[in-house]
Design a protein around this ligand. Structure first.
Ligand code: XMP
Length: 527
């Protein structure tokens, strides 16, 4: 049975009891809406915008949220929804494009507005309503629209306005249907969480039953039942996702779990030892460490193209993993740390949006041809939920809050050819960056902090001698979801200490630069 089929048969009855669906109209914020709803302890899934009303009735959600989107509702080919959903009696909240769609479908008009609103606006509540319980009469909201509702039908009442938007919030007089022109899901709308909480609790009547502790118990029971007496293999990387998967499996099936760590020679300083140490501290089951540095370096010799590096590393990883897995007797299942964003973005979610682009290039993925049945216990979770789950399962903070590290490792942080010596230079510089970030108490505040080795040399002077040595770039970013990121505004003293230490302690480096690019347009990694 496929893991997807399995997922829908899991008896997560309590979770399903209180579900909210987000219909995705191509918004960059659809996932954020879902996360905000889950923060209210209400399970939330993203589905395609044209899902049939009949299918929604089968799923039986407590509420439906229509996301924003880049289109104009009046344009030809604009994404729509099954208008029957407004007659299901299930509460609906339209956000931005979603609101315009609702208003247009129910007799209002939408048009392009000369005074476009992008950014912060002051919203004045003109009609008290349970959607705004606990929200100030005037509150900052985040707007991002060129179109807006021009006129609502008599069935609607306007609840709020801004300077340039007469219908900033609306409600249907008889049906449980609401619209917000602003974005309650973004942090720039400071009271947006309260508004979404009001929708979920006051309007949809959810009690908040989605608890990670229950999820963990349920998942552990499901795994135990599915695996029976068989053996499960789990790839370990030292990152939070694979550690949480291993912890769930270990709780479920104990020593029927076998883990494989592929040491590809592209790990950070002392990383392999740290993973092994943590593993033996938490799990009493077998760990297979595949020493494959030579093999990876041979495959990478002479390669400078980033995509080619990724391809070769992916290929070697699969070969190493498969060879080791074959040696594990009785293994029937393979556990992977696939997360909900991966599931949505790959178009694999049941009822999920199919046409989004796969954003994350997960080289750690293993192909179906390996012949194992997949167990993906995190496929319903966002990253922040995985971290909280890790804490529930008793994993140490150090693992739970570890910065993400890409599957292809240091190879994509080392521009140009990957050699043992260049890896050593990068490893030492990288360790200093992380040590100094930790020493400054900034590790948790930053999303990722690392060093990059450039394929250029520059002139310097050390003592009385001229040098012509390597340049290191420090990359440090703040990010919630890794889809967008801002460069961290690190104190100059911290940057200064990193620079001095790298130049003094890392042989062959005479220059350090700080990367001040945000994502987009840059990416977090350099390759
Ligand atoms: P970019 O560089 O695209 O990275 O802004 C976004 C996030 O993804 C991580 N990343 C990867 N993770 N395999 C992974 O498992 C990969 O091939 C890979 N490439 C990038 C990156 O570290 C950041 O957190």
């Amino acid at each position: 049975m496929s893991s997807t089929a399995r997922r829908s048969t899991t008896a997560d009855a309590r979770i399903a009891d209180e579900k909210v669906l987000v219909l995705d109209f191509g918004s960059q914020y659809a996932q954020l809406i879902a996360r905000r709803v889950r923060e209210q302890n209400v399970y939330c899934e993203i589905v395609r915008h044209d899902i049939a009303a009949e299918r929604i009735r089968e799923i039986g959600p407590r509420g439906i949220i229509l996301s924003g989107g880049p289109s104009s509702v009046y344009a030809g080919g604009a994404p729509g929804c099954d208008a029957e959903i407004f007659r299901l009696g299930i509460p609906v909240l339209g956000i931005c494009y979603g609101m315009q769609l609702v208003c247009q479908a129910l007799g209002g008009t939408v048009r392009n507005w000369p005074a476009r609103e992008y950014g912060r606006a002051v919203c004045r509540i003109t009609d008290e309503n349970e959607l705004f319980t606990g929200v100030s009469g005037e509150t900052d909201v985040w707007m991002s629209h060129g179109d807006q509702v021009d006129a609502v039908s008599d069935d609607f009442v306007t609840l709020a306005e801004t300077h340039t938007c007469h219908h900033a919030a609306v409600k249907h007089r008889k049906l449980p249907i609401y619209g917000l022109q602003f974005h309650p899901e973004v942090t720039h709308t400071p009271q947006g969480r309260v508004v979404l909480g009001n929708f979920v609790r006051n309007v949809c009547g959810c009690a908040g039953l989605w608890k990670l502790g229950d999820f963990a118990e349920q998942t552990i029971r499901d795994i135990r039942e599915r695996v029976g007496d068989d053996r499960v293999i789990c790839g370990l990387s030292g990152g939070v996702d694979s550690s949480v998967v291993a912890a769930l499996l270990y709780k479920a099936i104990g020593s029927q779990l076998s883990c494989i760590l592929v040491d590809n020679g592209l790990l950070r300083k002392a990383e392999e030892e740290a993973v092994i140490r943590e593993f033996s501290r938490h799990f009493q089951t077998d760990l297979h460490v595949v020493k494959a540095e030579d093999r990876f370096l041979a495959a990478l010799a002479g390669v400078t193209d980033p995509q080619e590096k990724r391809r070769r590393i992916g290929h070697e990883f699969i070969a190493c993993f498969a060879a080791e897995a074959k040696r594990i007797e009785g293994a029937r299942f393979l556990a992977q740390g696939t997360l909900y964003p991966d599931v949505i973005e790959s178009g694999a979610a049941p009822d999920g949006p199919a046409d989004t682009i796969k954003l994350h290039h997960n080289v750690g993925g293993l192909p179906a041809e390996l012949g194992f049945e997949l167990i993906e216990p995190l496929r319903d979770l966002f990253k922040d939920e995985v971290r909280r789950l890790g804490l529930e399962l008793g994993l140490p903070e150090d693992i739970v809050w570890r910065h993400p590290f890409p599957g292809p490792g240091l190879a994509v942080r080392l521009l140009g050819e990957v050699t043992k010596q260049r890896l050593e230079t990068l490893r030492e510089a990288d360790a200093i960056v992380v040590e100094e970030i930790r020493a400054a108490g900034l590790y948790r505040a930053t999303a990722q902090a690392f060093a990059v080795l450039l394929p250029v040399q520059s002139v310097g002077v050390m003592g009385d001698a001229r040098t012509y040595d390597d340049a290191i770039v420090i990359r440090c970013v703040d990010s919630d979801d890794f889809m967008t990121a801002d460069w961290s505004h690190l104190p100059h003293e911290v940057l200064g200490r990193m620079s001095t230490r790298i130049i003094n302690e890392v042989k062959g480096v005479n220059r350090v630069a700080y990367d001040v690019s945000s994502k987009p347009p840059a990416t977090i990694e350099w390759e």
